[in-house]
Design a protein around this ligand. Structure first.
Ligand SMILES: [Zn+2]
Length: 89
């Protein structure tokens, strides 16, 4: 399990966004243009987490017990803690 937090960075000039793992106090530059990038947000799930999937609709499913969204790579619901049925069963 990785404990590094992932951040979303944006190049204000081009609007290009990348996701990096690491330290928001570091200065990141756009690899293509060399322009400085600004941190626009932390990526969920916040570290540490058992899931490595970003908190995005395509990675989520609804818990059959509490109907709260959870990441598809988790076996246990992060909201109610109950074991979720495997996908596709
Ligand atoms: Zn649940």
């Amino acid at each position: 399990m990785s404990t590094s937090q992932r951040y979303r960075l944006r190049n204000p000039a081009s609007g290009r966004e990348v996701v990096v793992e690491g330290d928001p106090d570091m200065i990141y530059v756009d690899r293509e243009t060399g322009e400085p990038m600004e941190v626009v947000g932390k990526l969920l799930p916040l570290a540490p987490s058992t899931s490595r999937l970003p908190w995005a609709v395509e990675n989520l499913r609804l818990c059959p017990w509490c109907e709260q969204p959870s990441q598809k790579d988790l076996n246990d619901c992060p909201t109610c803690g109950r074991r979720m049925t495997p996908i596709g069963s």
